[in-house]
Design a protein around this ligand. Structure first.
Ligand code: CTP
Length: 442
């Protein structure tokens, strides 16, 4: 009898070992499917601690397993069972009923789950990371809600310049503590998430770094190259994580889109056009001195441009429409050695929020809202070659950046390849030039 079972097998524990023992005893050949990180990301399981190969090794080290395969996509089980000639599918009782559909292909057995242990529990027990929130606006609220989906992260305290706002925020989201001084908040947490108005990012990030705290800072992390460079240099010297909360950078679909576009499948990239507009009719975003469509929104299209064409354009030129105090519509044109790009932003002006990457063999099209990349296409002259890509996004996308921030802190890594310091610095520099009308990068 050939038996198969599946799991993530993160932080391999006694419950996993007992499950494998009993699965093995059901037959004489045991196949174990271990989930890949991409598959787990895609189904919103973002808290997995160990890399795939470590999890595979733990499963193999039990000596109970004849064959390990990878589980890479939804619906794979049916083809595995048929391909590998499986007689019995076994899984823990937490899944009771969920896999009855496999009865059409083999026998399905639910094995009692071992009580009192799970990967989730082990993750929660090991080093909880406390993140304090700075600011009490809409994005801060969404951050708190999304962070609850990432295990090992506690968001229990808030600081806001207006104490009454912080109190209201804490009441609404049931946070344990409210701080009326930034220093008190810093003393109480391991890390901060800065979601205050743009003009405060630099000072608050710097103070947190000086206090030895890790920093996740809303975009734009700074409004000038000098400030961004200074913050990353300080974070490096202090050995803390500094990450810009530019959520699109951490989405599996966006990373895959960049990979497809840069893999040569559409040829050499010659142009990138990205648009982000938002309808607002008043408030801080539309007033000076740090408001305007460029400072509010350009981080997203510039991220796509930097990821696709690099951090060093030769030239930048901006045309804007303003409302007397800030820009409400802007087109930032960038020249690269063999490509051109444009980032279009609008506040109180609505346009199609799509992204087009033109190449010498074809193009990538990401429909609106491209910054929450769930779907894109690679398109060619010959439409029969077109390919479609789907990536389900869990929540509103913020949990992916929280998961990245937490895992960098835990693993001791100080740079994320998903959003490198040079990339955040380059984006800050482009925003600075776009806002001041400076064109050259000399
Ligand atoms: N399992 C079990 N007893 C436990 C924990 C897990 O029998 N105490 C089984 C699951 O039912 C599944 C297999 O082990 O068949 C792999 O489960 P996995 O999801 O990797 O482990 P969990 O500890 O449940 O992980 P998580 O907490 O992340 O869901």
């Amino acid at each position: 009898m050939r038996v198969i079972t599946y799991g993530t097998f993160d932080l391999f524990h006694e419950g996993h070992r007992r499950l494998l023992e009993r699965a093995r005893a059901l037959g004489d050949h045991l196949v174990v499917g271990v989930t890949t990180q991409q598959y787990d990301d895609g189904r919103g399981k973002l808290n997995v601690r160990q890399p795939l190969m470590d999890r595979v090794r733990s499963v193999e080290a039990t000596g109970l397993v004849d064959e390990v395969i990878l589980e890479e996509y939804e619906g794979q089980k049916i083809s595995d069972i048929q391909r590998l000639g499986i007689d019995i599918f076994a899984i823990g009782s937490d899944w009771a009923g969920k896999f009855d559909y496999l009865n059409d292909y083999c026998r399905v057995v639910y094995l009692d789950r071992t009580k009192g242990i799970s990967s989730t529990q082990l993750r929660d027990e090991s080093a909880g990371l406390s993140i304090g929130v700075v600011g009490s606006g809409r994005i801060a609220r969404r951050f708190v809600q999304e962070a609850r989906f990432v295990s090992g992260v506690d968001v229990e305290s808030v600081y806001s310049r207006t104490l009454a706002n912080a109190r209201r925020f804490a009441d609404e989201l049931e946070l344990a503590s409210v701080h009326d001084s930034y220093e008190d908040l810093l003393a109480a947490v391991d890390a901060v998430y800065i979601a205050s108005p743009h003009g405060h990012h630099y000072e608050q990030a710097r103070t947190a770094i000086e206090a030895g705290r890790h920093v996740l800072c809303e975009k734009p992390i700074a409004l000038t190259t000098a400030e961004a460079e200074d913050l990353f240099a300080r974070a490096k010297a202090a050995d803390v994580v500094l990450l810009e909360a530019l959520k699109t950078a951490f989405l599996p679909g966006f990373q895959r889109m960049v990979g497809v576009a840069r893999s040569g499948s559409i040829g050499d990239i010659r142009a990138v056009e990205a648009t982000f507009t938002k309808l607002v009719h008043g408030g801080r975003e539309l007033a000076g001195p740090e408001g305007g469509s460029i400072s509010e929104l350009a981080s997203y299209p510039l991220l796509a441009i930097v990821k696709l064409l690099g951090t060093e354009p030769d030239r930048l030129a901006t045309r804007t429409i303003d409302n007397g105090s800030v820009d409400v519509f802007a087109r930032i044109d960038l020249d690269y050695p063999h490509a051109i790009a444009s980032a279009t932003t609008g506040l109180g002006v609505k346009s199609e929020g799509d992204l087009v990457v033109a190449g010498t063999n074809g193009y990538v099209y990401v429909s609106a809202p491209w910054w929450l990349t769930e779907y894109f296409e690679a398109r060619y002259e010959d439409p029969s070659r077109n390919r479609k890509f789907y990536y389900k996004l869990e929540g509103d996308g913020l949990r992916y950046e929280v998961a990245e921030f937490a895992s960098m802190i835990r693993d001791g890594s100080r740079e994320s390849f998903r959003l490198r310091p040079e990339e955040s610095i380059a984006i800050a520099g482009m925003i600075e030039r776009a806002r001041t009308g400076s064109t050259s990068f000399a």
